[in-house]
Design a protein around this ligand. Structure first.
Ligand code: F0G
Length: 351
C-alpha cells in the first residue's frame, strides 16, 4: 500500500484489534510535529507543536475512534453512542458512517462549537442536545449503552486510549527521543492518560531512554484536577474542555505523579492570548481548548517551572475552523473593509 495506512496498521505491533477485524480507518495519525520558533524564543526552549487538527475530522479524537469503531464492527455492533463537547461526536459520526453503523451523540445544548455540530449533521448522526453539561451527557450515554445494544465510544472505553497513545509514538519517532516536557489541554483527561501510556511503552521497550514530564492544563472555570474536586458548573470559552468531572481522573493523576509533572489552570484570557499568538506568529490555527497547552507553557515558563533548553512538545488538539464564532468574536477588525475596485492599494496603505 502506498502512503500512510492509518495508525492501526502503522503501529500494528502496539495497537491490538480483534483478529481478522475489518479495520475502520480514514488514515488518521501521522500528524505534523511543527517547530515553533516564536514560542521557542519566548521560552528559551525547543518548542514543537503536535498539530492534531490535521487528522481527518480535525481533532485527535480520530486516533481513538479508528480503534473503537474497528472493535465495534468486529463485535457485530450496529450502533454507537457518545457524549461530547463536540469533537468526539464529530469523529464518532464520521467513523460510524465509514463503518456503516448508526451513531447517536449527546451534546450539551448551546455549548458546542458550530463546526463540530456541522460535522455531526453532515455525517448523519442522531444528535440529542441535552439540557446540561458534558458530565450529564456522559452519564446518560453510559446508562443508555448499559441498558441497550449500543456501544459506548467515549474514552472510558479503554480501546480509545490505545489509539490515542500512538501520538506519543509519533513524537518519539520524529524527535528520535522523548521530549523533556509534554504540555496538553485536559478535559475528560483521556488524552493525557493515553500519551503517558505511549511514552511508558516506548521507554519500557527501550525505544527511548527517558520519558517527559506531563504538564496538563485546564481552563480556570473548569479545573477540577487543579482544585482536587469536581466542579459542578464548569464554564470557559474553551468549550471542548468544559468538563467538571473527568472520567480518567485517577489515571491522569497517576501520569502526573509518575512523570513528576503538574496540573495548572489557565484563564480564558490567557487561552485567547495563546490562540491569537499561535495564529499570528506561528501560522497555526487551533481551537481555543487547544491553545490552553500553549497558554500553560507560557505561564510555566514565566513562573520558572520550565527549565531553559528543554525539548518541549505542546499538543494542539483541534483545528481552528471547528469554532468560527470564537475566531470572529475575538477580533477587533471583524468587518472586512469594503473597497472600491480601484482603491485596493490605497486601502492597504501601499501608496
Ligand atoms: N482538546 C480538544 C480540542 C478536545 O476536544 C478535548 C476533549 C480535549 C482537548 C481534552 O481531551 O478530554 O482527553 O482530556 N474533548 C472531548 C469531546 C471531551 O467530547 O470531544 P481529554
Amino acid at each position: 500500500q502506498a502512503g500512510w495506512p492509518g495508525l492501526i496498521e502503522a503501529y500494528s505491533d502496539r495497537v491490538a484489534v480483534p483478529e481478522n477485524a475489518r479495520v475502520v480507518t480514514l488514515q488518521e495519525g501521522n500528524t505534523p510535529l511543527v517547530p515553533a520558533p516564536h514560542l521557542s524564543e519566548l521560552t528559551g526552549c525547543r518548542v514543537h507543536l503536535k498539530v492534531e487538527g490535521a487528522n481527518p475530522t480535525g481533532s485527535f479524537k480520530d486516533r481513538g475512534m479508528t480503534v473503537a469503531m474497528t472493535h465495534a464492527v468486529a463485535e457485530g455492533t450496529r450502533a454507537v453512542i457518545c457524549a461530547s463537547t463536540g469533537n468526539t461526536s464529530a469523529s464518532a459520526a464520521a467513523y460510524a458512517s465509514r463503518a456503516g453503523l448508526t451513531s447517536a451523540v449527546l451534546v450539551p445544548q448551546g455549548k458546542i462549537a458550530m463546526g463540530k455540530l456541522a460535522q455531526a449533521v453532515v455525517h448523519g448522526a442522531k444528535i440529542l442536545q441535552v439540557q446540561g453539561n458534558f458530565d450529564d451527557c456522559l452519564e446518560l450515554a453510559r446508562k443508555t449503552s448499559a441498558e441497550h445494544p449500543v456501544a459506548l465510544v467515549n474514552s472510558v472505553n479503554p480501546v480509545r486510549i490505545e489509539g490515542q497513545k500512538t501520538a506519543a509514538f509519533e513524537v518519539c519517532d520524529v524527535l528520535g527521543r522523548a521530549p523533556d516536557v509534554h504540555c496538553l489541554p485536559v478535559g475528560n483527561a483521556g488524552n493525557i492518560t493515553a500519551y503517558w501510556k505511549g511514552y511508558e511503552e516506548y521507554a519500557a521497550d527501550g525505544l527511548v531512554d527517558s520519558k517527559p514530564r506531563m504538564f496538563g492544563f485546564q481552563a480556570a472555570g473548569a479545573a477540577p484536577m487543579v482544585h482536587g474536586e469536581p466542579v459542578s458548573g464548569p464554564e470557559t470559552v474553551a468549550t471542548a474542555i468544559r468538563v467538571g468531572s473527568p472520567a480518567s481522573w485517577q489515571a491522569a493523576l497517576a501520569a502526573r505523579e509518575a512523570s513528576d509533572g503538574l496540573f495548572a489552570a489557565v484563564s480564558d484570557e490567557q487561552i485567547l492570548d495563546a490562540y491569537r499568538l499561535l495564529a499570528r506568529r506561528e501560522g497555526v490555527f487551533v481551537e481555543p481548548a487547544s491553545a490552553s497547552s500553549v497558554a500553560g507553557l507560557l505561564a510555566k515558563s514565566a513562573d520558572g517551572r520550565l527549565p531553559e533548553n528543554s525539548e518541549v512538545v505542546c499538543t494542539v488538539t483541534g483545528h481552528g475552523l471547528k469554532d468560527p464564532d470564537t475566531a470572529l468574536a475575538g477580533m477587533v477588525e471583524v468587518e472586512p473593509l469594503s473597497v472600491d475596485p480601484h482603491a485596493v492599494a490605497t486601502a492597504l496603505e501601499l501608496t
